[in-house]
Design a protein around this ligand. Structure first.
Ligand SMILES: Cc1cc2nc3c(=O)[nH]c(=O)nc-3n(C[C@H](O)[C@H](O)[C@H](O)COP(=O)(O)O)c2cc1C
Length: 194
């Protein structure tokens, strides 16, 4: 399993970070999450709008999030009351409820389309900075998006005003295992223009 140590370089952290689906139930110190968020807000941000807000869900709010996630999944099924889908729906609940740290990452939605786009990029930049920082401390993360972001009960849980949008949800915890994934070498995606 790829691991990091205090001497690991930034490039090694970037290269070895993976989206980790299987996380141990072990608690993550609140101070570490706060420290990582303190670093994340140094992400680049045009006009310093600081559009992000982070909702760290613990205890009752995490269980409520798990219910919302399960309810949302039900809305996507043709026959949500069928006996054969109940176990899968329970797993949707459990996967969220048993994740040690869940952070909803939200952004201000600016009226100006250009600023709106830039604010979303900046917010994702902050989320990625959080994930890299987390990995540098051996903490695995998984960033998830999807239509759940705009599901009204999720917005209600956070008390989001209409001019804010959920950009994604970061799941975090200590990895059970770190999956291997592939990338096309950058040389195949790079054009050097003289
Ligand atoms: C903007 C964005 C949205 C993502 N949304 C999801 C998602 O909804 N569900 C999911 O399973 N993974 C999601 N991912 C994670 C990707 O699936 C993951 O990064 C990809 O498989 C590459 O794996 P790696 O991060 O381990 O390199 C998202 C990643 C990004 C950057």
């Amino acid at each position: 399993m790829a691991t990091v140590s205090p001497s690991t370089s930034v490039l090694d952290v970037i290269r070895s970070r993976r989206s980790v689906p299987r996380l141990k139930p072990d608690p993550v110190p609140r101070e570490l999450i706060a420290q990582l968020l303190d670093a994340a807000v140094w992400a680049p941000n045009h006009r310093l709008t600081e559009p992000w807000k982070f909702f760290v869900l613990a205890g009752q709010s995490k269980r409520r999030f798990a219910e919302i996630r399960r309810d949302f999944r039900r809305t996507q099924l043709p026959n949500p009351d069928a006996a054969e889908v109940q176990a899968a729906l329970e797993k949707v609940y459990r996967d969220a409820a048993e994740t040690p740290v869940i952070i909803a990452v939200t952004s201000h939605v600016a009226d100006d389309p250009e600023q709106r786009e830039e604010d979303f990029w900046a917010t994702y930049g902050a989320a990625y900075a959080f994930m890299l920082g987390a990995w540098s401390h051996g903490l695995g993360t998984y960033f998830r998006t999807g239509a759940l972001r705009d599901y009204p009960p999720f917005r209600q849980l956070l008390g989001l005003p209409p001019d804010h949008r959920i950009i994604g949800v970061i799941y975090a915890g200590y990895p059970v295992e770190v999956p291997q994934r592939r990338r096309t070498p950058a040389a195949e995606k790079t054009v050097w223009l003289e």
